[in-house]
Ligand binder design. Structure first.
Ligand code: BDR
Ligand code: CA
Length: 317
């Protein structure tokens, strides 16, 4: 029996190593999360690869019944910036990739979002954004009334207490499409943000990765292999005990929000800074008088987060 309180979600993503782990995490929590579709966007690698990777990841979990809609192939205004240096040429470095066994769903991700959110009951669908926010920004621009169907937008984006990972102040997902982020933050949708402030506290230490790798199932092995490859680059860059695990924090927040803490704040996006484009400007102390438009999370119980991830992945093939 599936719990009645199952949350309907759309995962908008650019897989991407940590995106792949986030998708598997969500699929493992089948009793709590109803993944209605995966929508893809250009980001870590170009759109053809993020879409292909989404299909491959669903295959790993035997869940090719979930449709994958390809979305925007470039940001609204800026040229596309990708991150092969972190995620590898395919976007999923560290694991061997088979050809996907199913194809993409017909139609564009933006049209899927408009259709689904437009028809949904008020505040009923959660949109998880774990890549650049181009698809939702276009959907909200084309049909602003769809905001009514959104329960929450829960996103991995931005940096405030921690500095940026692409520029000294900008986090990748916001940096790649700052204009899209500005649309989403200005939309009036309820927003929860898992920024680098939090994800840099969720480090994939050796012990945590070993527990995942040794679960004895395929998903655990794949995640272990991805993390071993991912963490190495992040450790080299940030010099920590392990790599930060970004996108899975979004799924953990849906399943166990009590593991996270933060505060409501106004967030605006710098779109035309000389050196600061893509910065998330968070009014943490309420100095501007601008109304709060997001719940900004700055802390996580990292041990419990990894325990939840491990126990959830255990349920997958
Ligand atoms: C974000 O950027 C991407 O490289 C990751 O997948 C994550 O969504 C972290 O800044
Ligand atoms: Ca991502």
């Amino acid at each position: 029996m599936l719990a009645e309180s199952r949350r309907t979600i759309i995962i908008d993503t650019d897989p991407g190593q940590d995106d792949a782990i986030a998708i598997l995490f969500a699929l493992g929590a089948k009793d709590k999360l109803d993944v209605r579709a995966i929508t893809t966007v250009a980001g870590n690698v170009p759109l053809d690869l993020t879409s292909r990777n989404a299909l491959i990841v669903l295959g790993w979990a035997n869940r090719t019944d979930i449709p994958v809609y390809a979305g925007c192939s470039r940001p609204l205004v800026c040229d596309l910036v990708t991150a092969e240096d972190f995620h590898g040429k395919t976007g999923l470095d560290g694991v061997a990739l088979d050809e996907p066994t199913v194809g993409l769903a017909d139609g564009h991700a933006v049209d899927f979002m408009i259709r689904t959110l437009g028809r949904a009951a008020e505040k009923s669908v959660t949109v998880c954004l774990i890549g650049p926010m181009t698809n939702l920004a276009v959907a909200l621009t084309k049909e602003p009334t769809i905001v009514r169907g959104i329960k929450e937008v829960v996103m991995m984006a931005g940096a405030f207490h921690t500095r940026g990972n692409v520029t000294p102040v900008a986090e990748f997902n916001v940096y790649v499409d700052p204009h899209a982020a500005a649309v989403v933050f200005g939309s009036g949708a309820p927003i929860v943000v898992l920024p680098l402030d939090t994800t840099h506290k969720a480090l994939s230490t050796k012990a945590r990765v070993t527990r995942l790798s040794e679960l004895g199932n395929r998903a655990g092995k794949l995640i272990g292999a991805i993390l071993n490859s991912h963490a190495q680059r992040e450790i080299e860059k940030f010099g920590a005990q392990g790599g930060p695990l970004h996108d899975p924090c979004v799924i953990a927040y849906l399943l166990a929000p009590w593991l996270f803490s933060g505060r409501n704040a106004n967030v605006v996006i710098e779109t035309q800074g000389e050196f600061t484009t893509g910065e998330t400007v968070v009014d943490w102390y309420g100095t501007t008088g601008r109304p709060a438009n997001a719940f900004w999370i700055n802390d996580v119980d990292a041990d419990s987060f990894y325990a939840l991830l491990t126990e959830t992945v255990r349920r997958l093939p």
